[in-house]
Write a protein that binds this ligand. Structure first.
Ligand code: GLV
Ligand code: MN
Ligand code: MN
Length: 428
């Protein structure tokens, strides 16, 4: 299976290859992928968190999609799943195209899945057009982009660009106490026949197609977005330590209630952040674990998350200083500890890769709109080792991380067409 794909149309102009995108095939693949962890209807949502049996079953199905000469399936030590389409000059660094197939605890059918399936459709379109590119193309499904089961997010892509990170990722645990390292080892064994690719390999360029996940493109009536960068993101894990005691007998004066303390701290931080009057700041507490979690026992320990985002690093620093100052106080007599578990500076995509996406969008006949991503993506890590860029399609109602997440089929297909032209330009 190391033969290269056949050439029929060696000189086909890049934009012409877009004609070979098969929209029905793309949508059918997306719908099938959604069935792994999904319900009867697409808007039942998808439950396919990272390194779960649902994700493994989806990967096994993906591997059955390309069993043809010129293709090879690989995985690396971070369980990133790679489909390599061989190029005419196999020694050259490949063009990577990717996203993720893990979801939020209950996610939509397109977040991540779209970028992976659009990448496969690019390969199919190139096959049907009879094009063999100069460089190899690799379609990658990155591990644990979401970070909902194991924080931080984008573990697979961060370990790809900085392999030393994998050791600290391995120590992170999910809510059941399972170490990421154990779940990773099990997932790797689930695809025992795949050869191992190296982390930290040279990459010529990286492209990622994704749904916008916000309301901007739909409001502006745009179909294809050229993404110029990604706002900065920091995640914190805040631990409030109280003293567990009997709910029926312990007087107020003798309590150290970790849940009450957490509620006070969260409300205080929320007001302080709002008082800055900065409409571009995003501040979210989305996860809170209470121990021991009993109706009639005062909370002993609360751990909650903070997701903080802004396009400017200085603003992130300012909020982090505020958080440290508040955490240094006692809340209802409870001490607070703060651990930063993710810190990604704002990303500016490479002009060459952005220009390739822009030209590809223009070739579809759609006007290109420039946009900065509010969500983070694996592209933010790939951008540190190779020219990277992203392509957005609109989200209906701006909804994402929710079962109602959706995009018009013709917009998904238009995105795959533009992606095909952009990949071809970078790979030739
Ligand atoms: C990605 O899932 C994000 O939270 O931006
Ligand atoms: Mn995503
Ligand atoms: Mn997501």
């Amino acid at each position: 299976m190391n033969a290269t794909p056949p050439i029929r149309n060696g000189n086909l102009a890049h934009p012409d290859a877009m004609r070979f995108v098969d929209g029905e095939r793309l949508i059918a693949h997306l719908v099938r992928l959604a069935s792994f962890g999904g319900g009867e209807a697409l808007n039942d949502g998808v439950r396919r968190e990272t390194l779960t049996p649902q994700e493994l079953a989806a990967k096994q199905w993906l591997c059955s999609l390309f069993d043809a000469p010129g293709y090879r399936w690989l995985q690396d030590d971070a369980a990133n799943l790679i489909l390599r389409r061989e190029g005419r000059e196999p020694v050259l660094p490949p063009v990577l195209v990717g996203s993720h197939i893990d979801t939020q605890p209950v996610g939509g059918w397109l977040d991540g899945a779209y970028g992976v399936m659009a990448g496969y459709e690019v390969c199919r379109a190139l096959d049907d057009a009879g094009i063999r590119t100069r460089r190899a193309i690799e379609i990658v499904a990155w591990t644990n982009e979401e970070g909902s089961r194991f924080a931080p997010g984008a573990m697979g892509s961060s370990a790809f660009v900085q392999p030393a990170l994998l050791d600290s990722h391995r120590q992170r645990r999910d809510a059941q106490g399972v170490p990421f390292g154990d779940a990773l080892a099990q997932a790797l064994q689930g695809l025992p026949d795949l050869p191992r690719a190296a982390l930290g390999r040279a990459v010529h360029a990286y492209l990622e197609a994704h749904i916008e996940q916000g309301p901007v493109m739909e409001a502006d009536g745009r179909v294809l977005g050229v993404v110029e960068g990604i706002q900065g993101v920091r995640w914190f894990e805040v631990t409030v330590r109280g003293r567990g005691a009997h709910a029926g007998t312990t007087p107020e004066s003798a309590r150290q209630d970790a849940l009450l303390a957490a509620a006070q701290l969260i409300a205080d931080l929320h007001e302080s952040v709002l008082a800055l009057g900065d409409d571009t700041l995003r501040w979210t507490v989305g996860k809170l674990e209470v121990a021991p979690g009993s109706v009639n026992t005062i909370a002993d320990r609360v751990v909650f998350s903070i997701d903080l985002r802004h396009p400017r690093r200085e603003r992130l620093d300012q909020i982090e200083t505020l958080l440290a100052e508040r955490a240094a106080r006692l809340w209802s007599g409870c001490p607070v500890g703060v651990k930063r578990v993710m810190d990604k500076a704002p990303t500016v995509f490479h002009p060459m890769a952005v220009a390739a996406v822009q030209a590809a969008v223009e070739a579809t006949g759609e006007p290109a709109c420039r946009i900065t991503s509010g969500a983070f993506h694996d592209a933010m890590y790939l951008a540190s080792v190779a020219p990277a860029a992203m392509l957005f399609v609109p989200s209906i109602g701006g909804i994402s991380h929710h079962p109602d997440e959706n995009t018009a089929h013709e917009h998904l297909i238009a995105g795959a067409r533009a992606l095909t032209a952009a990949v071809l330009k970078l790979a030739d």
